[in-house]
Design a protein around this ligand. Structure first.
Ligand code: NAP
Length: 283
């Protein structure tokens, strides 16, 4: 069997076209959806991420503001900026790019963002909303994974999903989203014993670890759907995921590539959340 690719670039393009149309409709009512991206310091990877986010906004007709600050910015000054953005009616979504410099308490900054503008979905109120099935913003990466499953018409009811990784931004919210769709969910992590025994039972596997070859072909049940969130570099310095793509694609029914899989979906879901925030504010 050779797995069918779930193409994150293609799906993103479709979703961004929908976002652009909805943004246009809001603009016609006098509301331009706006995202503020706050970057503190000069982390090179963060600079690339924020540039891509701002460009994605512009391409889809969303208004975006990039606020850049020196790494020496105080926590108090950053909190004051967040508060100003909370009160700015032209801004519907606020994203503070992580990581923040060590002298700033990142959790405190996230909690300062108004939950109504928490388009990253990292606020404790957003986490609580996801856990209880209430309306709120879902973290973009696992939300993108759910859209990928939806795009292949996958019915999660009664299926066994194994999520490898339990971070607050990917693994845990991913598990809750799968549970909400009636999957039976197992969450694996660095202390999990015999990961292979678990993954071999899985209909869906989400790998979100940050280590190459965490999932190899011998660990996958024939026909399983495999989503690869990981972002790593191989020996040649090329971007690769957590999954041994060449091996696993011989066993799985569907698989996401890296690059071109979950990565582009993350930014797309940020646009979707920002648009949603603007639509809610306009109501
Ligand atoms: P993280 O906070 O470092 O969490 C990694 C998780 O993997 C932890 O829960 C850890 O377990 C678990 N783990 C480590 N070694 C393991 C092993 N050998 N077997 C099973 N589990 C193991 O990372 P993250 O922020 O969730 O990100 C995970 C990966 O996704 C990274 O490569 C990151 O770059 C990538 N990512 C991609 C996107 C995207 O847009 N494509 C977005 C976010 C993240 P413990 O909890 O026990 O330590």
């Amino acid at each position: 069997m050779t797995a069918q690719l779930i193409d994150g670039n293609l799906l993103s393009k479709q979703l961004r076209t929908e976002v652009a149309a909805r943004a246009q409709a809001l603009k016609a009512k006098g509301v331009t959806p706006g995202l503020a991206v706050v970057l503190v310091g000069d982390n090179p990877a963060s600079q690339v991420y924020v540039r891509n986010k701002v460009k994605a906004c512009e391409d889809s007709g969303l208004h975006s503001v990039l606020e850049k600050y020196e790494a020496t910015l105080t926590e108090a000054d950053l909190l004051a900026r967040v508060e100003a953005l909370n009160n700015d009616p032209s801004i519907h979504g606020i994203l503070v790019q992580l990581p923040l410099p060590a002298h700033i308490d990142a959790q405190k900054v996230i909690e300062a963002i108004s939950p109504a503008k928490d388009v990253d979905g990292f606020h404790i109120a957003s986490a609580g909303a996801l856990m209880t099935g209430m309306p709120g913003f879902w973290p973009c990466t696992p939300y993108g994974c759910m859209k990928m499953l939806e795009s292949i018409g996958y019915d999660l009811r009664g299926k066994h999903a194994v999520v490898i990784g339990r971070s607050n931004i990917v693994g845990k919210p991913m598990a809750l989203m799968l549970l909400q769709k009636d999957a039976t969910v197992t969450v694996a992590h660095s202390r999990t014993q015999n990961l292979k025994a678990l993954t071999l039972q899985a209909d869906v596997i989400v790998a979100a670890v940050g280590k190459r070859n965490v999932l190899t072909a011998d660990m996958v049940k024939p026909g399983a759907v495999v989503l690869d969130v990981g972002m790593n570099r191989n020996d040649e310095g090329k971007l690769c995921g957590d999954v041994d793509f060449e091996g696993v694609k011989q066993v799985a029914s569907h698989i996401t590539p890296v690059p071109g899989g979950v990565g582009p979906m993350t930014i797309t879901m940020l646009l979707v959340n920002t648009l949603e925030a603007a639509e809610r504010a306009a109501k």
